[in-house]
Every structure is written in structure tokens, then in C-alpha cells.
Design a binder for this molecule. Structure first.
Ligand SMILES: [Zn+2]
Length: 190
């Protein structure tokens, strides 16, 4: 897998893969009865300063398949109502609610069946439009906290990039243990 994904670059300059297990894919997320689908990049766990002026770079060449330029942040009551509705659904938060929790997102279809979701962005670069070709290392937007509880409060807490990676529509990490997931992510990004 490390070799397969060897064309992938860092989404944040100077950052390394998070030291926290809770930031890795597959970590539990009890507040929404689910698992963490991707990898989080926070200031305190990646060895670099990350704030609203931190650019997010495309991890590879690709084509934009989604760019939420018109995203509107939820209020705290709106967000809590969505979470409550999700909890009522046999304990499985449905995809449309999870989608709102991802806030302002960009999805890019990269090579070799790799699809990346860049999540919780503060803003998106204007050239990032659906159908647009993107080069590895192009700025696609800036780190934020949109879709999170802090985003709803409108504060500057919890700023991070959340990066989801899919291979042909499946979580790339599905068949691996936590230890293997860390090894793969470090092998790819660090
Ligand atoms: Zn996350």
C-alpha cells in the first residue's frame, strides 16, 4: 500500500502524521456512534503551526469533483438537532448528516483510483471548481473548523484538516490494524 500510494504528497507543508491514535482512520467517534474515517492534521500533533492561514495542498494531480464554495455554517442548535436526529437512526448517523459534519469540503479524484476529501476547510481557492484539473501541490484552500462544534460556535478552536482517502470507493485502511494504518500513513506522508 505504501508503494501503491508513493505518488501522494503532504497536504500541509512541514507537517507529519499525527502522533495521536484518535486522529487516525478507524478511531471511534462516540458522539456520532461511528468511526473516524480519515486522518486529522492538528497543530499540536503534527509538528507545525496550523491555523486559518495554513494552505492545504493537493496531494496529487487530479480533477475536482466537489467544491463547497457556497457552504453555510450551522448554528450550534442546528448541529445538535442533526446529531440527535442521527442518534435516532438505529445508532447509525446517516450519510447526509455526516456530510454536514464535514463542513466546507473539496473532493478530488486523483490517479490510481484514489479519491481524497479535504474536510473542515475555512475557505476554498477560487480556481478550485468542479471539473477543474489540479496539479499536485496546488493550493486548494485553507484550514478551518467548518462543520465542527467549534465551527458552529464561530470560534478559532479545533482548527484542523481532516483528510479522507478512498481507493475505488472503499476506505483505503479498511483491512488494516491500527498499527498498520499508522505505518502506511507514515510511509506515505512522512
Ligand atoms: Zn477528522
Amino acid at each position: 500500500m505504501i508503494q501503491y500510494l508513493s505518488f501522494v504528497e503532504k497536504p500541509i507543508k512541514g507537517a507529519h502524521v499525527s502522533t495521536r491514535a484518535s486522529h487516525l482512520p478507524g478511531a471511534p467517534r462516540t458522539y456520532r456512534n461511528g468511526v473516524h474515517e480519515g486522518l486529522d492534521w492538528y497543530s499540536y500533533a503534527t509538528g507545525t503551526r496550523i491555523d486559518r492561514n495554513t494552505p492545504v495542498y493537493s496531494i496529487a494531480d487530479g480533477v475536482v469533483v466537489r467544491a463547497d464554495h457556497d457552504y453555510r455554517e450551522m448554528t450550534t442548535p442546528e448541529r445538535e438537532a442533526l446529531l440527535a436526529k442521527g442518534a435516532d437512526n438505529d445508532g447509525q448517523t446517516p450519510e447526509d448528516i455526516l456530510d454536514r459534519m464535514r463542513g466546507r469540503s473539496v473532493w478530488i479524484q486523483h490517479d490510481k483510483g484514489l479519491m481524497a476529501r479535504y474536510v473542515h476547510l475555512d475557505r476554498i481557492d477560487p480556481h478550485v471548481q468542479v471539473g477543474q484539473k489540479i496539479k499536485a501541490g496546488d493550493i486548494i484552500g485553507y484550514v478551518g473548523n467548518s462543520g465542527t462544534s467549534d465551527g458552529a460556535k464561530g470560534n478559532d478552536e479545533g482548527l484542523h484538516l481532516h483528510l479522507d482517502l478512498f481507493l475505488y470507493g472503499e476506505w483505503f485502511w479498511k483491512q488494516y490494524s491500527l498499527k498498520e494504518r499508522r505505518m502506511i500513513l507514515e510511509g506515505v506522508f512522512d
